[in-house]
Design a binder for this molecule. Sequence first.
Ligand code: TMP
Length: 240
Amino acid sequence: MGDDARGPLRRGSIAVARLPARYRPLIVRGKLITIEGLDGAGKSTLAGALCEAIGAAGLPVELLREPGGVALSERVRALVKDPALEVSAPAEALLYAAARAQLVRERVEPLLHDGVHVLLDRYVDSSLAYQGAARGLGVELVREINRFATGGLDPDRTLLLRIDPAEGRARQAARDERPDRLEREDEEFFLCIARAYDELAAAEPQRIRVLDASFTPATVLSDALDALSDLLALRPAARG
Ligand code: TMP
């Protein structure tokens, strides 16, 4: 698809809407920022607030979620969450990877190419922790599957919202929603995910920044902006 065939970019893309091709070399590639954590850690709340704050600082930014973000991946989301379906561990890992492969090619790569920062609510680390560790498939195998799925696209930074698994489950229960297929798993499953996230963060401290999710949403947002300030060259004012 040529530059001019691509429609105007959506939310947060003010700086790069349909620039003529001769200006393309001037566009700095956007950054991929992912948000990770246990269910109930407050990822979606943080993601929405971060998107607003980064946009308010005048930077082009788009918020997407996983699994989802494009039509095919939203359908996969419905499948993997459905408590009525039996899904084997390998099928589960491949479904998440398929949803990711489509999202990366259809939305994430084009946005980054156009200079838009992409905030992604979950990405490969979720698969490493949930399918690799908690489902017992092995982190390295799941990493390999995802290298194929994403074409090797790694996050520039990852914010890991760290919460005690019991607290995460309590918050989730308080939401008064029907638990989805994964939320029905037992305590050991979530303890295993929490341990896996900690190990991933310890192995890559430069990329994965750990935030204490037990604080108020305003404090978590402020900590998140601090953790992104060098990457996005945010001025202190943007951090409130
Ligand atoms: P959420 O978007 O509401 O957090 O739901 C996504 C669910 O899917 C959540 O329970 C975590 C799980 N998940 C995986 O197990 N592996 C993955 O790769 C992703 C993206 C999510």
